[in-house]
Ligand binder design. Sequence first.
Ligand code: HEC
Length: 134
Amino acid sequence: MRQRARASILAPWLSRFAPVLAVGLALSSCRVGPPAVTPAVVTEARATWPQATPWSLDQGRALFMDRCERCHGLPRPASQSPKAWPGLMDKMGNRAGMTREEKRKVLEYLMASAAVAQNPPSAPTSTATSSTGD
Ligand code: HEC
């Protein structure tokens, strides 16, 4: 009897919020991944590492998803400034047991993604405003 009463109190709430719950569960169990490797990310990475390619950056992203979520949530690339990533990535990569090559690929993905997030390609000022010299 008590159980029934409780169920009937919960039922309207559940039916009302079921879609919200479903979306919440979907997002938390099967997350939307970190930012994709866009052409802007490739361009940004190649300015520093000419050997970077869409594929090497995608590998970096895959390694990042695979190795960096074991101890804590997957951080957003833009949660750190591009300059902060090399030191952090070295330390975290060691914790994740990654090789130098793997660390480098993840670093390229993270730094380029962080830089693009800070300075999105839609801002048309990056190439046209360097006439002052500093
Ligand atoms: C073996 C566990 C472990 C793995 C694997 C790991 N981390 Fe961490 N991470 C930690 C711990 C613990 C902290 C808390 C801060 C600290 O101890 O330095 C942390 C903190 C961080 C922070 C926050 C630092 C800050 O100052 O805000 C970032 C960003 C981060 N990790 C990125 C990564 C990345 C990228 C990877 C994959 C290469 C990774 N972590 C893999 C354990 C791990």
